[in-house]
Design a protein around this ligand. Sequence first.
Ligand SMILES: O=P(O)(O)OP(=O)(O)OP(=O)(O)OC[C@H]1O[C@@H](n2cnc3c(O)ncnc32)[C@H](O)[C@@H]1O
Ligand SMILES: [Mg+2]
Length: 197
Amino acid sequence: MPSLVLASGNAGKLAEFSQLLLPLGLTICSQSEFGVSGAEETGLTFVENALLKARHASRQTGLPAIADDSGLAVDALSGAPGIYSARYAGPDSTDTDNNTRLLQALEDVPSGHRQARYWCVLVYLTHADDPVPLIVQRDWQGEILTSPRGAGGFGYDPLFYLPDHRCTAAELSKEDKNHNSHRGRAVRDLIGLLSRT
Ligand SMILES: O=P(O)(O)OP(=O)(O)OP(=O)(O)OC[C@H]1O[C@@H](n2cnc3c(O)ncnc32)[C@H](O)[C@@H]1O
Ligand SMILES: [Mg+2]
């Protein structure tokens, strides 16, 4: 019997979470294993959308839930695509479509002006009507390349260059991405909070 539901339908996120949440010693199942489809992401902030997703999964399963709402904020695009990162090129867009749109949007932006950051907001609810959710948020800074590099990770990782590592997030090992990423750090913060409750 699982003790926690992960409110995400993104396979890339799920792979990262399953590695990151191992220290919790809990059995974690993704919402799709319960036949739960994604919540409508109608919020205007990451935290609102994370709450919507966690509440939806918790209500449908009767289990505590963790949700991640995340995205890429590009300085030269005034923070876009932001909360719309997953649907940047349209409602059913693939990672490749979104990366292509991002490169087009930044066509005239020279190197040195292509700073960006990923955001990850995590919400943990003990039950669907939990009035005191645990909430953590972390970012990860990088720069957007002019063409993709690497095959790891997901989403915008092949375009997300990390000057300190001299490679993209898609060229990092899984362990190194989890060690450094917005999601990895947010999960460790959340584990810290959970251990104090
Ligand atoms: O809502 P769920 O079901 O969790 O899955 P999703 O893919 O729709 O997730 P979001 O609504 O949170 O949108 C996040 C998008 O931001 C991008 N993103 C977030 N974290 C990322 C990461 O670690 N690497 C690459 N892209 C990331 C990627 O395009 C995601 O689809
Ligand atoms: Mg989503």
